[in-house]
Design a binder for this molecule. Structure first.
Ligand SMILES: Nc1ncnc2c1ncn2[C@@H]1O[C@H](COP(=O)(O)OP(=O)(O)OP(=O)(O)O)[C@@H](O)[C@H]1O
Length: 606
């Protein structure tokens, strides 16, 4: 390499450039910068080329050997045909963003050439070292591909993005799921030693597959107390904690269908994929060449969540993909793959849902589940239950069953108690006032301006400093709930009860269910939709489809930002919707677990 003046290399489509290495990237200038030079116009005219490359944006560097590198690009040559020069080459693969919009990301290649192969080799070594030291990029990933999701998009999307992982030299152990519950069983039964060979797990599927993966990972690895519950709730006193409680996977917290029936319920939970009784196939990871395996002794430190090293990724391929849209702002498999490869990181709140009873007559049997986006009862649960009858329709079944459930206009008698959040103003009129039976049917006044969560969100950073603690020192999420909390009760007939962990953006609701929800602030947004006339409910629902509207300003809508709530229904067939998956439960307690998992994402760039 040359000294301070930089190295002269040939850049494909541009011509000879002087390349200089900086502390955070590479910059290059045309060797002949006269205005008439086609070199300079090439950089200006080619939309994807920049005159510098940041290491943080480089996802692969490849030595290519001898071959053609095309000469300077300009409109005249483009028409006449490009001139190629034979030389030794290397490629620098980067992510490119459109100059107008920050996302989606697209892969872009800078092809450099030189007559001396040694020069190319040295550049590749230097650039590889610089990019490898950028962030903590994954080396080994466990990938679950749901081949049937989103009308077969899972397999196709993996075929599109797999070459990017190969190019970035990331080892992937790919498992194509064969049935519902496959990913859950694999992860729940994976030993910590096996799990430690991976830097993360990637779901190529929709919210449902991600939910399975989340539950499989956390079922035995999240040690915490149950959510706090209000006084008067039969099973756990409000101040009583279960520090000794360990959520022990299928054998303990995940009862089999038989176990659920012991409680006198005549309803089997067989339809719930996580309760599948099929034997886990285990995981053959011998093919994976990993350097991360603990080198000496048989003692492998146990894996627990939250931790700083393990991350989850999603290549969106499902019928809704609300988690990806809320965490990246894009529903694009390539953008998600590049975020994973570049090792982006952000922490994500998770809702821990404890079912105490599956139906009012069932025996008390605590069962723990986790949801990353949403937990909903009433309308939301019924839509999922109804849609199961119309699987053959594909994703259209949600619209169809949504319409059917809407027209039935059922409401449910229930009691909800939530922890008052002392740090924020009440988001609606007092729950007690509304519960007194007064039904106010007009839309309410506009609420204060919302702070939308985005990349480098100050609210999430401010509240998630615990995520910066070193491994194994991260405090229990439930300990964030203050002492002597005040519980507020809300009783009556509800069309739906829902808790959004994140904004839950999707293509039908561009701002999501709760536009101001944050990805990692440790709060749930509890939405209580009281019984109201059908046209008003329709008015409320249609507000979700309009960007910038405020569907939560109606008098029959209660919106509470809270860390935990408890729900009790006397309805016989009470079903919840957890990230789009069915969960039968008549009594639940729910808490927000702040930053429980890390995602390969950096928040929506809005
Ligand atoms: N090979 C498989 N066959 C059948 N179901 C599967 C398979 N793999 C995973 N599943 C289950 O399918 C359900 C839906 O998965 P996912 O959300 O990824 O896709 P989707 O297309 O969005 O699905 P849906 O339209 O049902 O919401 C999940 O419960 C998941 O566990």
């Amino acid at each position: 390499m040359q000294g301070d003046g930089g190295e002269v290399l040939f850049l494909g489509g541009v011509g000879e450039v002087t390349v200089t290495l900086g502390h955070d990237g590479l910059s290059f200038q045309p060797l002949h910068p006269e205005p008439s030079s086609s070199c300079w116009t090439s950089i200006i005219l080619q939309p994807k080329l920049e005159s510098q490359i940041k290491f943080a944006d480089v996802y692969a560097v490849e030595l290519l050997g001898e071959g053609p590198v095309c000469g300077p690009w300009n409109p005249r040559i483009a028409i006449q045909g490009k001139t190629n020069n034979e030389m030794h080459r290397f490629a620098v693969h980067v992510v490119a963003r459109s100059r107008k919009q920050p996302s989606p990301w697209v892969p872009c290649e800078y092809l450099f050439g030189h007559k001396d192969p040694e020069i190319c080799k040295i550049w590749v070594e230097i650039l590889s070292a610089c990019t490898n030291s950028e962030n903590d990029r994954p080396k080994n990933l466990l990938v679950f591909v749901h081949p049937l999701c989103g009308k077969g998009r899972g397999r196709k999307n993996w075929e599109v993005v797999a070459p990017l992982f190969v190019r970035a030299k990331i080892n992937t152990k790919v498992i194509t799921t064969e049935r519902a519950g496959h990913a859950y069983e694999t992860l729940a039964s994976l030993s910590d030693k096996e799990l430690k060979k991976f830097d993360g797990v990637v779901a190529v599927g929709g919210d449902g597959l991600f939910n399975e993966i989340l539950n499989g990972l956390l079922s035995s690895r999240h040690k915490t107390s149950y959510p706090p519950t209000p006084e008067g709730f039969g099973y756990v006193g409000s101040n009583e904690t279960h520090q000794g409680y360990r959520n022990d996977g299928l054998s303990n917290s995940m009862p089999t269908s038989d176990a659920v029936n012991v409680g006198g319920s005549d309803k089997s939970d067989d339809h719930e994929p996580l309760l599948s009784t099929a034997q886990s196939p285990g995981l053959d990871i011998s093919s994976l060449n990993s350097n991360t395996e603990p080198s000496s002794g048989d003692q492998v430190p146990s894996v627990s969540f939250p931790n700083d090293w393990f991350r989850l990724g999603i290549i969106p391929s499902g019928s809704t993909d609300a988690i990806v849209l809320s965490t990246t702002g894009e529903r694009d498999p390539v953008t998600s793959a590049l975020l994973i490869i570049l090792g982006r990181r952000m922490s994500l709140d998770i809702a821990q849902v404890v079912r105490w009873k599956s139906s009012p007559s069932a025996e008390i049997l605590p069962t723990v589940r986790y949801a990353a986006s949403f937990a909903g009862y009433g309308f939301y649960g019924e839509v999922i239950r109804e849609s199961e009858n119309f699987r053959w329709m594909g994703p259209a079944r949600y619209d169809f069953s949504g319409t059917m459930v809407f027209l039935k206009h059922r409401s449910y008698e229930a009691k909800v108690a939530f922890l008052e959040n002392r740090n924020t103003d009440s988001l609606t009129t007092s729950a007690e006032n509304v519960a007194s039976g007064v039904k106010l049917l007009q839309p309410r006044q506009k609420r204060p301006r919302k702070t939308i969560c985005q990349t480098n969100c100050s609210i999430c950073k401010e509240t998630s400093t615990s995520g910066q603690n070193s491994k194994d020192e991260i405090p229990e999420s439930s300990q964030t709930i203050c002492e002597n909390p005040k519980w507020v009760w809300s009783k009556g007939r509800f069309l739906s009860v829902g808790a959004a962990v994140i904004s839950c953006r999707n293509e039908r609701a561009p701002d999501g269910l709760v536009a101001e929800a944050h990805l990692s602030d440790g709060f749930l947004h509890l939405l209580l939709i009281r019984d109201c006339p059908l046209p008003l409910y329709l008015w409320h629902l249609t507000q979700f489809t309009k960007k910038g509207s405020d569907p939560l300003t109606f008098k029959f809508v209660e919106h509470h930002k809270t860390k935990a709530f408890t729900f009790i229904s006397s309805h016989d067939e009470s079903v919840w919707n957890l990230d789009g998956e069915l969960f039968q439960a008549s009594e639940v307690s729910v808490q927000a677990c702040r930053g429980l998992v890390n995602l390969f994402a950096s928040g929506p760039e809005v």
